[in-house]
Design a protein around this ligand. Sequence first.
Ligand code: NAD
Ligand code: DAU
Length: 380
Amino acid sequence: MEFKRNILITGGAGFIGSHVVRLFATKYPDYRIVNLDKLTYAGNLANLKDIEGKTNYTFVKADICDFDKMMALMSQYRIDGIIHLAAESHVDRSIKDPFTFARTNVMGTLSLLQAAKLYWESLPEKYDGKRFYHISTDEVYGALELTAPEGVESPFTTKASSLEHHQAYGREFFTETTKYDPHSPYSASKASSDHFVRAFHDTYGMPTIVTNCSNNYGPYQFPEKLIPLFINNIRHRKPLPVYGKGENVRDWLYVEDHARAIDTIFHNGKTADTYNIGGFNEWKNIDLIKVIIKTVDRMLGNPEGYSLGLITYVTDRQGHDLRYAIDSRKIQRELGWEPSLQFEEGIEKTVRWYLDNQEWLDLVTSGEYQTYYDKMYGNR
Ligand code: NAD
Ligand code: DAU
């Protein structure tokens, strides 16, 4: 069958990647979607069980660092668009093992870029109609201040805060022109990969695009990250490890809203440009944690406040960035994208999903899913 487009999505068996693959494979039946994933501890084909029978969907188990394999795949599937999400994504792991992050996030991205370059430059039309879209993070910008002006109550104490709220307090945001200032090995590796992507545009004319997004939440997130970890721990009556004083601030975006932004940018974003993606939805960790506790307790039929005692303050993350906050007005203004889900609704859906998908959580937390799904689908 002749497809209108042949799109390679890397990291499609991970958290965000699986939502992007699902969106593209269902919304664009005339596109071939090739999902390339190494299936590390974070990759799980169960995330895509509902779409694996689609005729426009193909899964390939491969490592983006394997340059020869990347070259072979480009021509085998006549790839004309790449959405690159494959990465090591957890900050705590990067603190323990920075080498793996440099290997996958930097060398892996370079291997993919070089394979795309050689393949596209070998075609008569060269870069015409091609796109290399790299998914990055707000963490490359460093950290912002938290302190409210003297005598003013912090807007982070009780609820998520809007852009207007923050502007009233004279707070800063990351914009697309904020200078890179990464602090963790994870963000340093992502910053490096962003630079390589832009270098391939500036040097070879490759039609690249980079977006930097804030913290995603929603179904299929690996339960090492704050929200699924805490939901799962509450269910199992395990301690909830709050780093430091729980004062750090993150901007949370529902994962399907990120996937929609990726769709918008892939199709309509300006080549060589950068877009920030965020929810204007900042929460102090401890306030967010209390919302999670309240929601899980309510859904499990526990009395209000029942699980508050599980909160356990632990040693802070090394180099823990205080606050991330994305100004996403450019994508709103230029491409008309904005988050569709209010946080209250998003967190309800998310908690409900994890409580309803205990088999998924149990398999993932036991590590069994890697052999379980190999047995089910064959070791591809
Ligand atoms: P994830 O850890 O859930 O998934 C990563 C996927 O990449 C996994 O399926 C894994 O198997 C695959 N992978 C890892 N190394 C690979 C390799 N060498 N070759 C091929 N595949 C490999 O990550 P996520 O949270 O879904 O993040 C996806 C992307 O989005 C990452 O690039 C991350 O930096 C970026 N991002 C994440 C967030 C967030 O809040 N999660 C926010 C902004 C940007
Ligand atoms: O900002 C975007 C980034 O968000 C992405 O680029 C990363 O891939 C993604 O992992 C995420 O990074 P964070 O470090 O912000 O996410 P994490 O869920 O690990 O932590 C969220 C906050 O909660 C952070 O301030 C650390 C804190 N935390 C986390 C864990 C796992 C705790 O207090 N206790 C915990 O056990």
